[in-house]
Design a protein around this ligand. Structure first.
Ligand SMILES: *[C@@H]1O[C@H](CO)[C@@H](O)[C@H](O)[C@H]1NC(C)=O
Ligand SMILES: *[C@@H]1O[C@H](CO)[C@@H](O)[C@H](O)[C@H]1NC(C)=O
Ligand SMILES: *[C@@H]1O[C@H](CO)[C@@H](O)[C@H](O)[C@H]1NC(C)=O
Ligand SMILES: *[C@@H]1O[C@H](CO)[C@@H](O)[C@H](O)[C@H]1NC(C)=O
Ligand SMILES: *[C@@H]1O[C@H](CO)[C@@H](O)[C@H](O)[C@H]1NC(C)=O
Ligand SMILES: *[C@@H]1O[C@H](CO)[C@@H](O)[C@H](O)[C@H]1NC(C)=O
Length: 505
């Protein structure tokens, strides 16, 4: 929540100021998702496959500039996905095709909408003339990628919490993110995305929660998706720790939203928590406020803000649910615990965080997560710890993320997959990059280091062609050979980009 006060506050201020005095054109503002029939799948939709497009439409996307309509093209897809229990679900993703789009690249952006209200989803907030908290907040999140909005990749921005706004339910966020990427490829006919395009995922904070869970589920659920990397800024590795950190702090509203998000997904938890609330009607009203924060609820209606509250005070028996539902909270909210060699996603990660992150504290949890990816799932992770920065100020790591994303796209496009990108951004590649299993489908539980190198180009040899159609990047530790090639490729790209006129988004 505090991003608002530190990152581009002018954006939000500007929107409100201009709206106050502007002459509004006669255009109908978008409907809230809770009242928009586009969000309700029709017919026999449950029989469709994950990622199938159930409905689509063009939408006007809001510019990040106050009150302007973006020159980018906007599409929305209602697509088939699943909930945490495996039941069919349908949710919406927003696709933004920039004015000078690169149709070979898709950036899947998991906005941190952090809400138990479907009306807070980016599909609403990013539409032109959307209003309220969901609009300013989602635009702010998209501004984290300002660097890519002019001439960059196709953006895919899913409502990954699903039709029940299951905030904090990791696996559901993961499945729904992956299915949104399937839907993007199913939209090629009208979005013009290249069927051979490559995808990088990005998320910060609550967005990184979805990005991480999508990466955990990739091998099992969506092995064939052409994802080539994922960036996670300030990911919360353990939701119970995050709860304890946020409780009583100015981020305490996040805890209420998280509980409501879990209640949205688990009927039994919903019933018990509701039954265990204190009888104080005013307290109950405040507790449920985040359920309709973006659907007409004005923050002023809340009265005393939820910031600073101890969430246990809303219940007769304090924070009893942490213990009672610890198994569920672990299952849906602890990253890295279930990684095995079979979880190897087939792409490298870039994780950055501040060492003073008050929300994901202790920092050891993030370090452990990085270790788990490397050791249990043989995944290359560049890890950048930003000294002295907290959960919000770690946004200063974004330029590293932009750089990593650009270099990663370029490296794959130029067949230079072996480049160790950690070196370029000063990230720690730790104890040498583990060598991932050769077929990307390890079943012996061991990395195949030391095994005979049949059919593989030796280290030091140019890696022409792919011996067996694997992605070019994940087979060998970097030998530094392609760094110069990447620098040349990047300088050529930069020149091409700077020749383009600036168009706002
Ligand atoms: C809900 O949708 C209907 C039909 O589109 C519209 O008439 C009505 O004003 C909407 N209500 C709200 C609260 O947006
Ligand atoms: C977008 O806005 C323009 C200008 O008001 C309007 O003409 C057009 O129909 C809108 N497009 C969509 C898809 O709503
Ligand atoms: C998650 O955090 C809680 C609270 O700090 C802790 O009790 C629990 O053991 C952690 N879970 C795992 C799997 O590390
Ligand atoms: C939670 O309880 C409320 C009130 O009984 C109900 O309207 C809602 O559908 C319930 N949600 C779930 C997921 O059970
Ligand atoms: C909490 O709810 C459960 C289920 O409704 C009930 O059995 C229990 O007595 C409640 N506890 C308190 C302290 O109200
Ligand atoms: C309240 O919580 C305590 C410990 O967390 C537990 O021992 C007790 O049974 C709970 N009481 C009720 C009524 O749920």
């Amino acid at each position: 929540m505090r991003f608002l006060s530190t990152f581009l506050p002018l954006l939000v201020f500007g929107v409100q100021t201009v709206l106050a005095g502007a002459k509004l054109p006669k255009v109908v503002p978008p409907q809230l998702p809770s009242n928009d029939s586009f969000y309700k799948p029709k017919g026999d939709w449950q029989k469709s496959k994950p990622g199938d497009i159930l409905d689509s439409r063009e939408v006007n996307i809001s510019s990040l500039l106050p009150y302007a309509r973006s020159k980018a093209k906007g599409f929305q897809l209602l697509y088939r996905t699943r909930d945490v229990h495996g039941n069919p679900d349908a949710t919406v993703t927003t696709i933004i095709v920039p004015k000078f789009a690169n149709y070979n690249r898709v950036l899947s952006v998991q906005n941190a909408y952090d809400s138990a209200d479907v009306n807070c989803g980016p599909s609403y907030g990013l539409q032109w003339l959307a209003s309220g908290f969901g609009a300013s907040w989602n635009k702010l999140n998209l501004a984290f990628l300002m660097n890519f909005l002019q001439a960059g990749p196709i953006m895919n921005i899913p409502d990954y919490e699903g039709s029940n706004a299951a905030f904090t339910v990791g696996p559901q966020s993961g499945y729904q993110t992956l299915d949104s990427i399937r839907a993007v490829f199913n939209s090629a006919k009208f979005t013009n995305v290249n069927p051979d395009a490559k995808v990088i995922m990005f998320g910060y904070s609550g967005g990184a929660f979805a990005t991480e869970w999508a990466t955990e589920k990739k091998a099992e659920y969506a092995k064939d998706l052409p994802i080539i990397g994922a960036v996670m800024g300030a990911p919360p590795p353990n939701v119970t720790s995050t709860y304890l950190n946020a409780d009583g702090s100015d981020m305490a509203e996040l805890n209420v939203a998280a509980l409501l998000g879990v209640m949205n997904a688990y009927p039994e938890i919903n019933a018990t928590l509701r039954a265990n609330l204190t009888d104080d009607a005013e307290q109950q009203r405040r507790f449920f406020f985040p359920l309709h924060k973006c659907g007409g609820g004005e923050c002023s209606q809340l009265g005393t803000p939820l910031a600073g509250s101890n969430v246990g005070d809303f219940f007769k028996n304090g924070s009893f649910f942490l213990e009672k539902y610890s198994e569920t909270l672990k299952e849906i909210g602890v990253m890295g615990q279930n990684l095995t060699p079979k979880s190897y996603p087939g792409y490298p990660l870039f994780i950055f965080n501040g060492d003073k992150d008050e929300l994901t504290y202790p920092i050891d949890d993030t370090i452990q997560l990085v270790k788990d990816w490397r050791k249990k799932a043989f995944t290359r992770v560049c890890h950048l710890t930003l000294e002295g920065l907290d959960h919000t100020t770690a946004l200063r790591g974004l330029p590293y993320a932009w750089s990593w994303i650009n270099k990663r796209f370029l490296a794959v496009e130029h067949g230079l997959g072996l480049v160790n990108l950690c070196k370029f951004i000063g990230a720690d590649p730790d104890d040498g990059w583990p060598r991932p299993p050769k077929d990307g489908n390890p079943d012996d539980g061991k990395p195949d280091e030391g095994e005979p190198d049949e059919g593989e180009p030796d280290e030091g040899e140019p890696d022409e062609g792919e011996p067996d159609g694997r992605e070019p990047d994940e087979d060998e530790p970097d030998n530094g050979e392609h760094e110069d090639d990447l620098i040349i490729a990047e300088s050529e790209m930069d020149e091409a980009e700077t020749m383009r006129p600036l168009h706002d988004l």
